[in-house]
Design a protein around this ligand. Structure first.
Ligand code: NAP
Length: 404
């Protein structure tokens, strides 16, 4: 087995036959994983004709792991992903009562996958609720480890909530009624800046036009507002040569068209801007809760979550995943849409430097959609005959072969 090597804790070295971990997932997971991996393998074969291959390492997690080991996420699985550095996963059922909130949260914490990256782009032929969906081409960088998602919260009648209310009243004169539950919203400079750094670096590497810091700092000044300030600070400190603020740009438009324009928008405004001025936004860097809402809303503009890819990325470790859940009612029926997971595979191929394969695979998916080859989730909106999950995969592979 050839494992990806980590260099200087911030760079990876990928062999020509890297071992990549995969988790099939629960519910529709096995169906979409099978189809997605066949498409990914075909794209690598078309691009490199055997000079490069992916060696898949199956890793157990979710229901299957629980049945075999009594744990939804056994330590051995975590260690295997660590060895592989890069993994791709199908959706997992959120187990109840194992001492953590979800397997996804556990994976993000264990590997410190601080950036949730979600590209949102329109595929011609896909039904959309907006008039000009083709204007959408954004990449959301959502902070993945803090904010209200840190899970620091107490029920209104818990001892902790009572003590906190008392402390707030005694120490700060803040009065909360006895029926008030409490959640804490931690936002730190370090975690905000490493997220914004990743977003700007991505924008530079991929020749994007702008990075927009999305925040609700008009109301939450020292958390959301601080996120914005820290974002500008890191841009000034580390990317002064390659970024320009929107204010500076507006004063001298065109003078630095190769620079990344740094913008900031308040969250509620941003939700209407992405509908009314779609083409003015590109890379988005935002806090955890904003990013969760915004990325689903953006995905809806171009046809929904069934097509939305995602990745959780840290300094080196990365787990690519379908954005949707396990859709249990379709489990084992070979009818689910494998696009979300396959496009996550495109992101993964780019991440490991298999860029030619990524291009081939993305283009073939585009073509399949243009030819109205779709699974039931989209076929029912288009009043056409649906393909099965596996058939969709075959159509995509056919298009890759035809071009080779
Ligand atoms: P869901 O699994 O995303 O499914 C909700 C609905 O979305 C489905 O009934 C189906 O809609 C549609 N859908 C989702 N993925 C689809 C696909 N690939 N192809 C076609 N249709 C698809 O959400 P959920 O029912 O709320 O969650 C079920 C389980 O998944 C829960 O245990 C949850 O915790 C887990 N989950 C896991 C992840 C993850 O692992 N990343 C993410 C979210 C949820 P129609 O019924 O309209 O056809």
């Amino acid at each position: 087995m050839s494992y990806i090597q980590v260099k200087d804790a911030s760079e990876i070295q990928v062999p020509t036959n890297p071992t990549i971990a995969y988790i099939e997932g629960d519910g529709i997971g096995p169906d979409i994983s099978k189809a997605a991996m066949a498409m990914i393998n075909a794209s690598v074969e078309m691009a490199y004709h055997g000079q490069k291959v992916i060696e898949w390492k199956r890793v157990m997690a979710g229901d299957e792991a629980y049945e075999t080991t009594g744990k939804h996420l056994p330590q051995e699985s975590l260690e295997e992903i660590k060895r592989c550095v890069v993994a791709i996963k199908g959706p997992l059922t959120t187990p109840v009562g194992e001492g953590f909130r979800s397997l996804n949260v556990t994976l993000r914490q264990y590997f410190d996958l601080y950036a949730n990256v979600r590209p949102v782009k329109y595929f011609p032929g896909v039904p959309s609720p907006v008039k000009e969906p083709e204007k959408m081409d954004m990449v959301v960088f959502r902070e993945n480890t803090e904010d209200l998602y840190a899970g620091i919260e107490w029920k209104y009648d818990s001892d902790e909530a009572k003590r906190l209310r008392h402390y707030l009243e005694e120490s700060f004169g803040v009065k909360l009624t006895d029926d008030t539950g409490i959640g804490i919203k931690p936002i730190s400079r370090y975690k905000s800046q490493r997220l914004v750094r990743k977003a700007i670096q991505y924008a530079i590497n991929n020749r994007r036009k702008s990075v927009t810091l999305v925040h609700k700092g008009n109301i939450m000044k020292y958390t959301e507002g601080a996120f914005k300030e820290w974002g500008y600070e890191i841009a000034r400190k580390e990317f002064a040569d390659s970024t320009i603020t929107e204010d500076e740009y507006l004063k001298s438009p065109g003078t630095a068209s190769w620079k990344i324009v740094l913008k900031d928008r308040i969250t509620d405004n941003m939700f209407q801007q992405v509908l009314t001025r779609t083409s003015e936004y590109d890379v988005i860097a935002t806090t955890n809760l904003n990013g969760d809402y915004l990325s689903d809303a953006l995905a809806a503009q171009v046809g929904g979550l069934g097509l939305a890819p995602g990745a959780n990325i840290g300094d080196v470790y990365a787990i690519f995943e379908a954005v949707h859940g396990t859709a249990p009612k379709y489990a084992g029926m070979d009818v689910a849409n494998p696009t979300s997971l396959t496009l996550s595979g495109v992101m993964m191929l780019n991440y490991i430097g298999f860029k030619e394969a990524a291009e081939i695979l993305e283009a073939a998916i585009h073509e399949a959609y243009q030819d109205q080859k779709v699974t039931q989730d989209l076929a029912r909106q288009m009043n056409i005959k649906p393909l099965k999950c596996s058939e969709f995969g075959e159509e995509v592979i056919k298009r890759m072969i035809a071009k080779s």
